[in-house]
Design a binder for this molecule. Structure first.
Ligand SMILES: Nc1ncnc2c1ncn2[C@@H]1O[C@H](COP(=O)(O)OP(=O)(O)O)[C@@H](O)[C@H]1O
Ligand SMILES: [Mg+2]
Length: 350
């Protein structure tokens, strides 16, 4: 909104544009943005496999509406809702939805948007595919010569004897897919064959998933937010350190309960050498997985302080999670600016 004021200037009446608030002129950019969400059948913020980012749609609507001329929230329930969106061809779709389940048919949002030449935030379907299977992601990381803990995939009954386990104990065992530390607890660290078998079986019975088994990394933990520059396309790394208290077994791991109860501490990375090392690793990993616009790379050090890639989040949570805190601690960027930056990067992407 432009506020005009009529003043007397040398006897003539002149139109003056008056600052709206805090000296910001409210001239809106002529772009249409649709914030796309899906119905959530569970309680608030209930996890859905097909949603990478749970958006605070009303808050985002308010923020984007201040800068862009046409911003709406679109809830997609049926295939026809999606068809209508594709026909409207907005300048940008701001969404955390990975795919829709239309009558058990998986339809990937970003695939459709690409096909219709509509811009979106975050990565393409191919990159999201690379990221969500942690085994696949780590294979690409190894191929790109980036350090990651040795690993293999295990199902119950696959390994009959300790001798058939290809890497030495201690091991770290987690579901091969997923996030928010689901399936990760104090039993994820195994020092012997019996506890390895027990955890692999539990992941299968409770989560119906195979296990990714890795060399246990006992060192410091980091997460590096990645923002792609909207004009130059270069990557900016925003590292943070995550400090977790020792659990009953003396391990510092970001398990399900720690994350759920927000028990971890997040601080800036002030050691220049470490900052550079993990920034480089994170940018390389982001590229190796084909990431676009934004993401987060999780890193942990081994016993000698060497950083290793753990996993990537190419649709990082935007609420007050690690991505937001990596923006805040590194760029002093508040929530509104982070949302505006994501939209701007999306609008400028090719
Ligand atoms: N190889 C490992 N060694 C030690 N700890 C690990 C290892 N892999 C994961 N962790 C711990 O488990 C947490 C969750 O693992 P991660 O792969 O990031 O899964 P999620 O997708 O649930 O965030 C990590 O933040 C880290 O604390
Ligand atoms: Mg993680």
């Amino acid at each position: 909104m432009i506020t005009k004021d009529i003043t007397e200037h040398k006897g003539k009446k002149t139109n003056v544009i008056v600052p709206f608030k805090n000296n910001i002129f409210k001239i809106k950019i002529n772009k249409s943005i649709e914030i796309v969400i899906v119905h959530n059948p569970g309680e608030k913020n209930f996890h859905q496999d097909n949603v990478g980012i749970i958006l605070e749609e009303n808050k985002i609507l308010k923020i984007l509406s201040q800068r862009y001329s046409e911003v709406v929230i679109t809830k997609i329930q049926h295939k026809k809702d999606l068809d209508r969106l594709l026909k409207r061809k907005p300048d940008l779709v701001f969404s955390g939805v990975k795919y829709f389940n239309f009558n058990n048919d998986k339809v990937w949002l970003n695939d459709c948007l690409e096909a219709y030449g509509i811009r979106y935030i975050a990565s393409s379907r191919a990159a999201l595919d690379n990221e969500s299977d942690k085994n696949k992601a780590k294979k690409l990381i190894v191929k790109a010569n980036i350090k990651t803990a040795d690993f293999f995939v295990a199902t119950p009954d696959q390994h009959e004897h300790s001798s058939s386990i290809p890497i030495p104990f201690p091991l770290f065992i987690k579901p091969v897919k997923g996030g928010d530390s689901r399936g990760i607890d104090s039993n994820s660290v195994a020092y012997n064959f019996a506890s390895f078998k027990k955890k692999v079986l539990e992941i299968k019975t409770k989560h119906n998933l195979s296990s990714l088994v890795e060399t246990y990394l006992p060192g410091k933990e980091y997460s590096v937010g990645i923002f792609q520059d909207s004009i130059k396309g270069t990557l900016r790394a925003m590292p943070i350190q995550i400090i977790v208290k020792k659990n009953i077994n003396g391990h510092r791991i970001l398990d399900f309960n720690v994350k759920k109860d927000d028990e971890e501490k997040v601080i800036a990375v002030t050691d220049v050498k470490i900052f550079k090392k993990i920034s480089k690793l994170a940018k390389e990993a982001f590229k190796a997985l084909g990431g676009k616009s934004l993401g987060r790379i999780d890193i942990k050090m081994n016993e000698r302080g060497v950083p290793h890639f753990m996993e990537a989040n190419l649709m990082p949570g935007l609420r007050k999670g690690y991505f937001y805190r990596s923006c805040l601690l590194n760029l002093d960027m508040n929530y509104d600016d982070m949302i505006l930056n994501i939209a701007n990067t999306g609008l400028s992407s090719s």
